[in-house]
Design a protein around this ligand. Structure first.
Ligand code: ATP
Ligand code: MG
Length: 554
């Protein structure tokens, strides 16, 4: 974040000032998801921002499930959200909270407001409340129930809690200002009757607090100093401040809004993702083409790459979209020195070395990563029959073609020079196998006489090659056309978002474990899929190709 790059973002500036002026003497942030779905890359930004600030200022970070709405929440999401946040590296230590644990305190807070004459029970229906609220240009009208006595309000609110009223029959409203230019201040509803079971409190409650009332209380109870949320809550801030002020919390938290992260060319709308899942176009909400945190993890993204991405995006007050290519840039940068570079042939054609003296393979020692010696070396079999990529041989190539064709000499990466001597065709005219001779003097990939070759191609020795399923992913939407069809709002799907290949890989790769990732030289970065791989039969997902369409700004 800012401290590393030298420039500070606007939230750090606010915190610096608060600490300097003694408004707070510590920094305490939180991440407050509603357990009503999966977390996505946008949430990752919020998590890393909140956790990062706590770390930067040697403060604390809380994990809090904002589970005050019993209709939408499910326990199953609680576990997946915790797993995603842990994976990102945000550590809440022993501070895992649930807003529903504060229902008692929220009830007491409501009673306190009633006693102060700052809240009243209202019998208007939801439609009437809306009508009375007025518009942006016209003030609202006061409810006829607004001036009930404290005693009557206390009795009615107690009866609401005891279950005397049906859903919608009565609500508790804050008594603020029906003429406020801010609609959120026009006597907002703070408690409603809802005869519903809650995933944690069961049937203990039949009244539930509204978000705008509950959230500041949650923050205040936990001693949060800076309550960071997204821009759509900017207009709610006066109400947030009203709640903490009227409840007289000794250390009121401060709400700060920042712009949401949006990505171009990805599907983020839950409604659309649901449709993709239902129509079988993607394989669940962790399909590697989606941008839920679980999908990114399955795709082979690392927490470091997501942090790099979030840092590059910066923190702003203005909404904007970031190109998916920037996320790809970050994962390439993160993996390029960390991961072994191995050979895999994804569209194989057989190459036979006619002068190779033995049917037994030999073993070549090759570096795991030419740019990072600390990754060591490995032994790779080499022999008479190999697989090469189909596109690395042409019978009749164009002038600039630098790979294999009849008469051409190329380097087999980390191995020998070979010269193409001929080829055989299938009945359909496609290449069946390629023949060549090798120069034993060029072991390791260099000629002692100093002669050069134009091309270097990768290969896998045939007798020991592992056969593996390789999935080549692209964006699920057609980048040219944009995500949504302008006419009917449907998705512009990319028909090539998933291409499945049966390829050959170095034998060692057959032992690779779920989530292990590699660079397949010349092909891209790949990860072992944790769902579809079996022992000894890995399925590789392409994380990202090697070519980048992303230009670093500046
Ligand atoms: P969605 O509807 O996209 O799932 P949400 O805002 O309903 O998002 P919450 O669980 O309520 O999801 O959000 C938890 C926190 O994550 C909130 O503080 C919210 O502001 C933040 N957040 C949600 N989406 C983004 C985003 N795209 N960029 C940054 N922060 C986000
Ligand atoms: Mg939400």
């Amino acid at each position: 974040m800012g401290s590393e790059s030298g420039s500070r973002n606007f939230i750090e500036n606010i915190i610096d000032k608060d600490l300097a002026e003694g408004v707070y003497d510590t920094v305490h942030t939180r991440f407050p998801p509603e357990p009503n779905g999966y977390l996505h890359i946008g949430h990752a930004k919020s998590i890393l921002l909140n956790y990062g600030l706590a770390q930067e200022y040697h403060g604390k970070f809380n994990m809090r499930f904002d589970d005050t709405n019993p209709t939408k929440e499910k326990s199953e999401f609680v576990e997946s959200i915790k797993a995603d946040i842990s994976w990102l590296g945000a550590d809440w230590e022993d501070r895992l909270f649930f807003a529903s644990d504060y229902f008692g305190q929220m009830y007491e807070a409501a009673v306190k407001l009633i006693k102060k004459g700052k809240a009243y029970v209202c019998d208007l229906t939801a439609d009437e409340i809306r009508e009375y609220r007025g518009t942006l240009t016209e003030p609202g009208k006061e409810s006829p129930y607004r001036n009930r006595s404290v005693e009557e309000n206390l009795r009615l609110f107690t009866e609401m809690k005891e279950g005397k009223y049906a859903d919608g029959e009565k609500v508790l409203r804050a008594k603020i200002d029906m003429a406020s230019p801010n609609m959120n201040m026009r006597d907002p509803v703070i408690y409603r009757v809802a005869h519903m079971s809650h995933h944690r409190t069961g049937d203990t409650w039949c009244i539930y607090p509204m978000y705008d009332f509950a959230h500041p209380i949650e923050d205040a109870i936990e001693g949060i100093t800076h309550s960071i949320c997204t821009l759509e809550f900017e207009d709610h801030r006066p109400l947030y401040d009203w709640v903490v002020r009227e409840l007289e919390y000794p250390h009121p938290p401060k709400q700060i809004e920042f712009a949401k992260l949006y990505l171009t060319n990805v599907v983020t709308g839950k409604r659309y993702i649901k449709k993709l899942v239902e129509e079988g176009i993607v394989d669940g909400w962790d399909d590697p083409r989606l941008v839920s945190i679980a999908a990114l993890r399955r795709r082979g993204f690392t927490p470091e790459s997501i942090k790099m991405f979030v840092d590059m995006c910066g923190i702003s007050k203005a909404n904007s979209s970031v190109d998916y290519a920037m996320l790809e840039y970050c994962i390439r940068e993160d993996l390029k020195l960390k991961r072994p570079r191995v050979m895999a042939v994804l569209d194989p054609v057989r190459l036979v070395i006619d002068n190779y003296p033995s049917d037994e393979p030999e073993y070549l020692e090759v570096p795991n990563n030419m740019e990072n010696e600390s990754l060591g070396t490995r032994k790779v079999p080499f022999g008479k029959e190999l697989y090469i990529e189909r596109e690395d041989f042409m019978v009749d190539p164009p002038r600039k073609y630098k790979r294999l064709f009849p008469g051409a000499e190329v380097r087999l990466m980390n191995a020998y020079f070979v010269t193409c001597t001929g080829y055989e065709l299938n009945e359909d005219g496609s290449v069946k196998e390629v023949h060549c001779t090798y120069d034993p003097e060029t072991r390791g990939g260099n000629a002692p006489d100093g002669r050069k070759v134009k091309g270097t191609i990768h290969w896998v020795e045939a007798s020991q090659a592992g056969k593996a399923t390789v999935r080549l992913y692209e964006n699920i939407v057609d980048e040219e056309k944009g995500v949504y069809n302008k006419e009917d709002g449907s998705l512009n799907l990319n028909p090539n978002s998933l291409v499945i290949r049966e390829g050959y890989v170095e034998p060692s790769l057959m032992e690779a474990k779920a989530f292990e990732s590699f660079q397949f030289v010349r092909n891209g970065f790949y990860v072992v899929d944790y769902k579809d791989s079996r022992e000894g039969a890995p399925v590789f997902n392409r994380i990202v190709s090697l070519k980048s369409s992303f230009k670093l700004p500046g």
